[in-house]
Design a protein around this ligand. Structure first.
Ligand code: PEP
Ligand code: MG
Length: 557
């Protein structure tokens, strides 16, 4: 039993076997020469035979065209010419088996590619067979999303959005990455899917495939080869967590009845359906970027109207806060024509892109207004990355002119929190984006694993800015919500309500745990906890204060 430590970013406990994810196989080297060439030829033959058997087994488990493709790949692995060629490279040229296989396949590869047409299209299948044999010989995982044929704990260096698109949430029990921080793509995805996750966990990738691990996505620990008592304890906690989460009604209530809207973060119509199914009271953050990504020209007005309407139609009687395009920095869009910048996170991003391409914002506001017209959804609109009262006033004026009301801003830049009274005077509402606000307040890249302690949403410095904003909102009578990852952490949710936040918007899967945590505490106790957390010296101390004050967290995390 060995314990690895990382940062817990998606709560839940799980015990299961590891399968590792690597993006590509590194080409094997031509040396050193094998000490015992005959044994090396034996290893080679065994790897080819095992790969053939594995592919035949997979073919037998499916039917139709998929089975035919797998049978054909099994035949490639069993090809005697290939086996002989590779064996000759070991005995005659003293190559290690992995390199010999690589080179033997290269000849076939060239012939297939040269043949063109149907045969050329088989090159990818041939590469897959080669990679399987080579990975076996080197004892490394196969490239691509693992498919061991049973549920597994996924371990990776990090996951890019493209990798996660093909993940099957029904078989991924937990995600552990060596890199990434609390607001990285992996964290957001895991939360959205309700999969326990630990990031910034050094050494995780050295855990061999098939090893049993116990993952605690709340505490950020990974126990390798846990003993039976640990396994039993984890199972008990999984059951307790399920029991502690009640049903969600769209409104969170403290034990003494103080209300806070519980909303969802979504990106499209499917997300809206998930939000409603989870009991969200509406949407606190509709990220509209998905419509604009991977495009050389912006989507036309009619396409935007249809996409927004598909969301609004599902939200009759509910609030939907639409965020205008948040491009730039980590989300560059080719059609914006932005110059490369030395510091993209501090560059032309969010609302700032509207200075360069004002017509894109104008058209988006028109599309939102058109989609909302005549419908029953309560449509609000807000801009990302606002920095000054003048920017806030300019955006709100433009949104009102387009017929959109209420119009507000995200609070993601520390200066806005520090001048909250001036900024909030210009808007109908504000929503605090703790992911970016934390990044800028602590001067720490939200994607950086090395800086994960600084980007923790428990940082008292970040929470001070939340407090300033909530206080200004209360004085001016403007709703102030939180829509960053912080809102979905049950302990922090209590603290945020204690600081005066009026709505919490999160991934739908977090709603039940947040609702349960709020119901366990009086408003006065939440306020008292919030005051103590603000005075904490570190993020860890702040989290500890909440753990001590809220016993229910032990069953929710
Ligand atoms: C945030 O910054 O907290 C936020 C909600 O926006 P995003 O994560 O999309 O940058
Ligand atoms: Mg943001």
């Amino acid at each position: 039993m060995r314990e690895l430590r990382g940062i817990g970013v998606s709560a839940g406990t799980v015990v299961g076997p590891v399968a590792r994810f690597v993006r590509e196989l590194v080409e094997p080297l031509a040396g050193p020469a094998p000490a015992d060439p005959a044994a090396e030829v034996g290893r080679l033959a065994a790897a080819l035979a095992e790969t053939t058997a594995e592919l035949e087994q997979r073919a037998a488990a499916v039917s139709g065209p998929a089975a035919e493709v797998l049978e054909a790949t099994a035949l490639m692995a069993a090809d005697p010419g290939l086996a002989d060629g590779a064996a000759a490279a070991v005995t005659d040229r003293a190559l290690p088996a992995a390199r010999a296989v690589w080179e033997a396949f290269a000849g076939y590869r060239e012939a297939l590619a040269g043949a063109g047409g149907y045969l050329a299209a088989r090159v990818a299948d041939l590469d897959d067979v080669r990679d399987r044999v080579v990975a076996r010989l080197l004892g490394v995982p196969l490239p691509g999303v693992p498919d061991p044929g049973h549920p597994y704990v996924l371990i990776a260096a990090d996951l890019a959005p493209a990798d996660t698109a093909t993940l099957r949430p029904d078989v991924v029990l937990a995600i552990v990455t060596e890199q990434g921080g609390p607001t990285s793509h992996t964290a957001i995805l895991a939360n959205a899917l309700g999969i326990p996750a630990v990031v910034a966990c050094p050494g995780a990738l050295s855990t061999a495939d098939g090893t049993t691990v116990a993952v605690d996505g709340g505490a950020g620990s990974v126990i390798v080869q846990p003993g039976q008592s640990t396994v039993d304890e984890y199972r008990r906690r999984t059951a307790a967590r399920a029991a502690a989460r009640g049903t969600v009604t769209g409104v969170g209530r403290t034990a003494d009845g103080a209300e806070v809207a519980l909303l969802a973060n979504i990106g499209d119509a499917a997300g809206m359906a998930a939000a409603m199914a989870a009991g969200a009271g509406g949407v606190g953050l509709f990220r509209t970027e998905f419509l604009f990504l991977d495009r050389n020209i912006p989507p036309r007005l009619a396409e935007q109207v249809a996409a927004y309407r598909a969301v609004f139609e599902q939200a009759a009687g509910h609030r939907v806060v639409v965020r205008t395009l948040d491009a730039g920095a980590d989300k560059p869009l080719p059609f914006l024509g932005l110059e490369p910048e030395p510091n993209p996170a501090l560059g032309v991003r969010g609302l700032r892109t509207a200075v360069i391409r004002p017509e894109i914002l104008a058209e988006q506001l028109d599309a939102i207004a058109e989609a909302a017209a005549g419908g029953a959804a309560d449509v609000w609109v807000m801009a990302p990355m606002v920095s000054t009262p003048d920017e806030a006033a300019e955006f709100v004026g433009q949104a009102h002119a387009a017929g959109l009301r209420p119009a507000g801003i995200m609070v993601e830049v520390p200066a806005v929190a520090l001048t909250a009274t001036a900024c909030l005077s210009e808007v109908d509402f504000a929503s605090i984006g703790t992911n970016d606000l934390g990044q800028y307040a602590l001067a720490a890249d939200r994607q950086s694993a090395a800086l994960a302690t600084l980007t923790s949403p428990w940082q008292p410095g970040l929470l001070q800015l939340v407090a300033l904003t909530a206080r200004a909102g209360a004085e001016l009578g403007r709703p102030v919500g939180v829509c960053g990852e912080a809102a979905g952490d049950p302990g922090l949710a209590v603290v945020l309500v204690g600081l005066g936040v009026t709505s919490l918007s999160m991934t739908p899967r977090s709603l039940a745990a947040v609702s349960a945590a709020l119901a366990s505490v009086d408003l006065a106790a939440a306020r008292e906890l919030a005051a103590r957390v603000l005075a904490a010296r570190s993020a860890d101390d702040a989290r500890e204060l909440a753990r001590a004050a809220l016993p229910i967290l032990a069953d929710l995390a």
